[in-house]
Every structure is written in C-alpha cells, then in structure tokens.
Design a binder for this molecule. Structure first.
Ligand code: ZN
Length: 66
C-alpha cells in the first residue's frame, strides 16, 4: 500500500513521460487570467494540477473547458 496523504489523493492516470499508468498527486489551483488586455475584468480559472509521483512531470488542465 502507498503511504497515506492526508490532504492529497493519489490518482492512477496515464503519464506521457512514463508511458504508463502511474500514481499522480492531484490538486486544484486557481489561476487568475485576464481575458482581454483592454478589459480590467479578470477571471479565475480552476486548473487541475497533476504531478506524476514517479517522474515528477506536472500537468495542468483547465477544468471548465467544456
Ligand atoms: Zn511519469
């Protein structure tokens, strides 16, 4: 069994670098983006950040790109 992580869960997902399914640390990161330079309106976009526990490759994926 893997070591317990109190706040992070390990998700087994495919890793491009490893070329295999590996355990990933998954966390949610809120990134502030400016949609337009002329507009002062900012949007906060949630990103799903996964880090491969084997090779350390970090992948960010926007969550609301429907
Ligand atoms: Zn990997």
């Amino acid at each position: 069994m893997a070591t317990k992580h109190p706040r992070q869960q390990l998700f087994v997902e495919p890793c491009e670098a490893c070329g295999d399914d590996t355990p990933h640390d998954v966390s949610i990161s809120i990134v502030t983006e400016s949609k337009k330079k002329a507009n002062t309106e900012f949007s906060r976009e949630p990103y799903r950040v996964t880090v491969c526990s084997v090779c350390g490759l970090q992948t960010q994926q926007r969550m609301n790109n429907v």
